[in-house]
Design a protein around this ligand. Structure first.
Ligand code: DGY
Length: 322
């Protein structure tokens, strides 16, 4: 009988990750390309040492309790709000994530949304495809310049920092708000200014969200905060949907109290507030922040590394338990 660790995988991953998993573990997996129900998770978790799951799987205490021999829950994502980490910690189960490798792709996605919404790329595409274009016109689909404008970063972890590099290339003024402020010297080096959240919202042309979803950040951007934004400003969210009160956002977009939004994440994925579909000043993407071939493969490497280490009783490289 093989003494390789027994791992349950909730969804197929890129080929290189699958190969590594098959070579280094006794793998069982779901062949459904969707989030698993609680029942499916409970069944899958029987007789395994480790779980390799996705942000679409809810790993609560009941799931964790179903297998007293479970050693590790390895999330194939940097965010881990889908896992009850406190419950896992109490049960001595390691929880891990995949930080770092997706910062550039996620920042690129935020940039793609900024361009798409501020330069009205999607509206223009629909217009052309609809056969409506009669030729160049001086007042057609006017947008907002990204170059030279002010970017407000809400949260300054790895992805927030990747945003700074890009902003510098576009001569932007960069404001940031974060739980902890950087040393003055570092701010100077990076060329960024720390401001309170209210001031950031009032001054930025683009407000881009880069905080993790935790108790203190749910609906961080609510009705009151949306009202603080300039009527010409855009909200970009590649972090987590519940950071924004989506109903309040719809009202702000309908009333044009902000200029538009570029959204890669939603409060109740894959459901969206239905009014969002009707709003021309909104670009919607299906949670694509890390969706490049290279990044998803690197996430796979980390997730497998974490899972194997946890199964073998070693400290996984990307442990998130406190
Ligand atoms: C993450 O990793 O948390 C992203 O949302 C998906 O890759």
């Amino acid at each position: 009988m093989s003494d390789l660790p027994r791992i349950f995988l909730t969804r197929e991953l890129p080929p290189a990750t699958m190969k590594r998993l098959r070579e280094s573990s006794q793998l069982t997996m779901s062949h459904e390309d969707r989030s698993l129900s609680k029942q499916e998770l409970l069944e899958g978790l029987q007789d395994v040492d480790g779980l390799l799951c996705q942000l679409t799987d809810t790993i609560d205490d009941e799931v964790l309790a179903s297998n007293p021999n479970l050693k590790v829950v390895s999330n194939y994502a940097v965010g881990f709000n889908n896992i009850d980490v406190a419950a896992a910690t109490k049960r001595n189960i390691a929880v891990t994530n995949t930080p770092g490798v997706l910062s550039d792709s996620t920042a690129d996605m935020a940039w793609a949304l900024m361009f798409a919404v501020a330069r009205r790329v999607v509206e223009g595409d629909r217009f052309v495809r609809g056969g409506n274009w009669q030729g160049w016109a001086p007042l057609q689909y006017l947008g907002l310049d990204i170059s030279g404008s002010t970017l407000g970063l809400v949260g300054l972890g790895r992805i927030g920092r990747a945003m700074i590099q890009r902003a510098k290339g576009f001569d932007m003024r960069v404001l940031y708000w974060n739980r902890t402020r950087m040393e003055a010297e570092e701010e100077r080096k990076l060329g960024v200014e720390y401001v309170e959240l209210d001031d950031l919202l009032a001054q930025s042309d683009f407000v881009s969200l880069h905080v993790a979803l935790a108790e203190g950040t749910k609906h961080l951007i609510d009705e009151r905060r949306l009202e603080q934004m300039k009527s010409t400003a855009y909200l970009i969210n590649t972090a987590r949907g519940p950071v924004v009160d989506e109903k309040a956002l719809v009202r702000a977009l309908q009333a044009n109290t902000i200029a538009g939004a570029g959204l890669d994440v939603f409060e109740n994925e894959p459901q969206l507030e239905p009014e969002l579909f009707e709003l021309p000043n909104t670009v919607l993407a299906p949670h694509l922040g890390s969706a490049t071939i290279a990044t998803r493969s690197k996430m796979g490497e980390l997730a497998v590394e974490n899972c194997l280490a946890g199964c073998l009783g070693k400290r996984p490289p990307n442990l998130v338990n406190p």
